[in-house]
Design a protein around this ligand. Structure first.
Ligand SMILES: [Zn+2]
Length: 1002
């Protein structure tokens, strides 16, 4: 009966997971186990994850972040916390609008994606001409998928960002920020789609690129007082070192009037005209001019008044800056190399017979000093740059740039700036240029091109009447840094990235003219954009169940006044007065406040890594602006994305697999485990169907074990009594109990740091090895007693509990069948604690000894090709154990102890001084000890004297069978015994060491 599990392996049919999942979803629903209300007897834990944008069904790539958050929530719940895991849906923004428009205009690609990839019925697609129907449809689709994945969400708190009540909350947030002076109207640059006539952020761009731009200075060089040739630079201080300009002879430039007044016409590229127009300039094109016409002309440096030649260069890109480049060969390695290539004749055709200019050095810095030193030349020669196409030039440029910025000093040929540090002079020179009309500002994207989801190439636009969040405000930045620095960030290596973004952020456009969302409360023409209304909604979850109660009992939006929100979220005002004002009961108002103070702050926020430069940082900024320190978020967890067979998932690769389909085909638990076990947190997880199969079969093995052990369901209690009355004497029983504690301890520590890949490795692989070893041991002893079955049940119970956060359906099913009833699953399926009395390092060591011994003998057999009839094993003498202990002590005290240190110490004790005559032995023992991981050394020290003889005799039958011969005789002798000497023709016993018995095969 109880041995049935050991004899029947892998016979049973594969379970129907879809059916089992459905059953458990219903039970969880009926028991409302994910609905969390305040409970003062328990620690609360608020888990949130960036809510989805419902413009498509979720695919496998979306699932990772949510699955990790859910495993985290389930783990915390199993540890006894009152966990709240809510979810909402983010309708705000323009992408849904754009999709609807594309469908209406007959976009076949989009239609086919909806129809064939997402499986949307055609009559439903027809309803998508109304944008909100797209959101509603995919909202339900995503929600079903989340349920099918087993996410432990409290659905009572669900809302969408276009609900009227939520808009009230957002209006409150914006009025508050405006009162604090953190929302301003003004002229600031934004990323912009010229077709949509809207600012763009990461959500609006193809490939989800954050449109980051930087400020260039346009320096205006004059040509004969008739034209201005503006040149863009990030290093305005180098204007003193310009030797020439570069122009592309194959490009058509334009002559245009750019500024009012006396300013001569500008010569710039066509692309530059567009940029300037978007950035607040009126540009009137007069006529075109060939680049070749400019070659050979001379311009005047506006600062030094030097006359400089214009040289031809095909590397000048008309899309960069103004389409003209100033050449500072002494400090810009690209310019130096270009000049060099020309003189070497590489581009002689372009150079005609131009005289070659000499570099002008204007900056001196450590390593680049002296009269005739040209820094670019030095660094180019040091790095071994070959020509102007060599990628090493990029490295040379950034290295020299930052070296000169931090350590460089301007030389005497820079007028009033002579002697000043570059870092200091840079801004002064820039201001001088701007103030005197010699310079203008030009914004450029750092990485080009940035494309809008509509396909249009984005530009940087200076908006004049736009509303901005003033992320540039220094005090606001300080608070954001404070929050980030005291918060737990997982993994911690990403903390500096957050601090960098806080420093880098400037004014950010927070409203649009179109799209879904909430109108700016003081200016109804504007709609608050999607990355600005999604920063403190985590607070709204706490009270949303009161507001969206059910269709009959919702709180009408007009009753949600600003003073109500002030009271609930900020603790300001009186509940009595607010009750009068809103006609809501005072009790309800107080309940909302109590619930907020109970569940807030956010204990953990999960998100993908791509949201660090925007959403996650805005989340921090807005919390510190609005809430007291006590309600600032406590943790952010960031994870990498998911690849499919090593490739990024995308429609164009055709490798998008909708999550619900994957669950139907492979089961939710398999998908969950696969997502979390294949990569470290920040790495991209590589998903493959091959890996899925492996995981499925591991999980099925656990299931089978549960099904077979469940035969003993009714006698569980008596088995446990038996176990307690009888005690544990067999080594393998003590060993597996101890190993269970070790696995629990490891899994708990790892889980606390969300190192889920390693946790799953422990549960699926390390515990499997433990189980296999245990099974070998009991089989070889012919044990199939009740105690064995009890221990196997305990092992299974432990494993099931450890895997429950990751594979909740499997865990519920197996747990229910072996130990419990479904009604008590919430209380009883808890996270296991370490039982100290089962921890038994000595037994762990003795089982290791057996494993190593078998390995050693197998190695000998392999080398000698012997077929022995008998194995003699010699365990070491007692005095060697004392030597071992002493060396262990010495190395624990000082891991660099030398042989002579050890020899001296051994001499101090007469019992072990004998060892000094055997240097080889002492050396070997030292090696043994050093090869033990440091944390295990003190454990070994506590063991003192392992009874190796008993351990080996206990495992003798296993050793024979592992060596492939049941009849092989195993004899064990202690080196101390007389008997050993008679049975040791080759004096092997002498070489035995603690944990390393000697072997003789006959
Ligand atoms: Zn667009």
């Amino acid at each position: 009966m109880p041995d049935s599990y050991l004899h029947t392996q892998k016979h049973a049919a594969r379970p129907d997971w879809n059916l089992i999942e459905k059953k458990w979803r219903n039970i969880w629903d009926e028991q409302k186990i994910f609905e969390s209300d305040p409970d003062s007897t328990k620690h609360k834990y608020l888990v949130t994850v960036a809510y989805p944008y419902p413009n498509s069904p979720q695919h496998i790539g979306h699932g990772r972040t949510y699955t990790l958050a859910d495993a985290h929530a389930r783990y915390k719940r199993m540890r006894g916390n009152n966990v709240l895991f809510p979810m909402g849906f983010h309708y705000t923004g323009t992408p849904i609008l754009a999709m609807s428009r594309r469908l209406v205009s007959g976009d076949i690609d989009l239609y086919n994606t909806f129809r064939n990839v997402y499986g949307v019925p055609s009559e439903v697609i027809e309803s998508f001409n109304e944008p909100v129907n797209i959101a509603r449809f995919f909202h339900q689709e995503i929600k079903e998928g989340m349920k099918e994945m087993g996410f432990s969400i409290d659905w009572r708190r669900e809302f969408t960002t276009i609900d009227e009540a939520f808009s009230k909350f957002i209006a409150w947030q914006f009025n508050l920020l405006k009162k604090k002076g953190l929302i301003i109207q003004g002229s600031h640059p934004v990323g912009w789609c010229p077709r949509d006539q809207n600012p763009v952020s990461q959500h609006d761009t193809l490939g989800d690129i954050e449109p980051i731009f930087i400020e260039y200075t346009l320096v205006k060089f004059h040509l004969n007082d008739t034209y201005v040739l503006p040149v863009a630079t990030l290093r305005p201080e180098t204007v003193y070192g310009v030797t020439n300009l570069w122009v592309n002879p194959h490009v058509k430039y334009v002559v245009a009037r750019v500024l009012e007044g006396n300013e001569p016409m500008w010569i710039i590229s066509h692309d530059a005209v567009l940029k300037l127009k978007h950035q607040g300039h009126n540009v009137d094109i007069n006529h075109e001019i060939d680049g070749t016409k400019l070659v050979g002309q001379y311009v005047r440096n506006p600062i030094t008044q030097n006359s400089l030649p214009i040289y031809p260069a095909s590397f000048v890109d008309p899309k960069d800056g103004s389409g003209l480049v100033m050449s500072v060969p002494a400090h810009a390695p690209y310019d130096y190399q270009a000049l060099l290539d020309f003189t070497n004749g590489n581009s002689s055709k372009e150079m005609h017979n131009h005289e070659i200019v000499k570099p002008i050095t204007i900056i001196e810095s450590e390593g680049y000093e002296g009269d005739n030193v040209v820094p670019s030349q030095i660094i180019i020669e040091r790095l071994g740059v070959e020509d102007q196409h060599d990628p090493l030039l990029e490295k040379a440029t950034s290295e020299l740039y930052s070296h000169e910025f931090y350590k460089g000093r301007l030389k005497e040929n820079t007028g009033k700036y002579a002697g000043m540090m570059v870092s200091e002079a840079k801004d002064l020179i820039r201001s001088e240029l701007l103030q005197n009309g010699i310079g203008e500002i030009l914004y450029e994207f750092v990485k080009k091109p940035v494309k809008c989801r509509c396909g249009e190439e984005c530009v940087v636009k200076v908006l004049s009447d736009q509303w901005f969040l003033k992320y540039s405000e220094a005090q606001w930045k300080d608070l954001a840094h404070e929050c980030i620095n005291r918060m737990d960030i997982v993994p911690d290596e990403i903390r500096s990235e957050f601090n960098y973004v806080v420093d880098w952020l400037k004014e950010r456009a927070c409203a649009r003219k179109s799209g879904l969302g909430t109108r700016l409360p003081w200016d109804q023409d504007w709609i608050i954009e999607s990355l600005s209304d999604s920063v403190i909604y985590t607070a709204y979850y706490i009270i949303s169940r009161y507001i969206h109660f059910d269709d009959d009992n919702n709180i009408p939006a007009q009753n949600l006044t600003e003073s109500l929100f002030d009271y609930v979220f900020l603790g300001e005002g009186s509940s009595k007065r607010i009750s009068e004002e809103t006609t809501l009961s005072e009790e309800l108002i107080c309940n909302m406040r109590t619930e907020f103070t109970y569940f807030y702050p956010v204990d953990t926020r999960h998100s993908g890594r791509d949201l660090v430069p925007n959403h996650l940082t805005f989340f921090v900024f807005n919390h510190v602006a609005i809430f007291d320190r006590a309600y600032w978020p406590r943790q952010i967890v960031v994870n990498g994305s998911v690849l499919m067979d090593g490739k990024k998932m995308s429609k164009s690769f055709g490798n998008i697999i909708p999550l619900r389909q994957a669950v139907r085909e492979h089961s939710a638990d398999t998908i969950r485990v696969a997502m979390l076990s294949s990569a470290e947190l920040l790495q991209d997880a590589d998903f493959s169907f091959e890996a899925l199969k492996g995981i499925r079969s591991r999980l099925d093995d656990i299931y089978q074990m549960g099904i077979h052990l469940s035969i003993s369901d009714n006698i569980q209690k008596s088995l446990k009594q038996l176990y307690h009355s009888q005690g544990v004497t067999e080594s393998e029983d003590k060993w597996i109990l101890s190993m269970m504690q070790r696995r629990i301890r490891d899994a708990t520590e790892l889980m606390d740091r969300l190192r889920v890949r390693e946790v799953l490795h422990t549960i699926l692989y390390s515990m499997e090895q433990d189980l296999q070893w245990y099974k070998k041991r009991i089989r070889s002893k012919g044990r199939f007693d009740l105690l064995v079955n009890t221990i196997l049940s305990m092992f299974l119970e432990t494993r099931i509990k450890l895997i429950a956060p990751f594979a909740p359906f499997l865990a519920s099913e197996v747990w229910n069948s072996i130990v419990g009833d479904a009604a008590k699953i919430k209380e009883d399926l808890d996270w296991p604690g370490v039982v100290e009395e089962y921890t038994d390092p000595a037994t762990e060591e003795s089982e290791d000894l057996i494993k190593n011994l078998i390995q050693d003998i197998q190695n000998i057999l392999k080398v000698t090709k012997m077929k022995p009839t008998c194995v003699n094993i010699y365990t070491s003498a007692k005095w060697k154990w004392k030597v071992y202990q002493r060396i262990l002590e010495l190395i624990i005290a000082n891991r660099n102890s030398s042989l002579s240190d050890v020899m001296r110490a051994l001499g101090e004790n007469s019992e072990i001084s004998l060892a000094r005559s055997d240097v080889k032995l002492v050396k070997k023992i030292m090696e043994d000890v050093l090869s033990i991981p440091a944390e295990r050394r003190s454990l070994k020290l506590n063991i003192k004297n392992l009874d190796e003889m008993m351990a080996i005799e206990d495992a003798a039958s296993l050793i024979s069978s592992e060596l492939g011969d049941q009849n092989l005789e195993i004899f064990v002798f202690s080196e101390d015994e007389e008997k050993a000497k008679k049975n040791d023709p080759q004096s092997k016993a002498r070489s035995s060491r603690p944990f390393k018995p000697a072997i003789y095969l006959i």
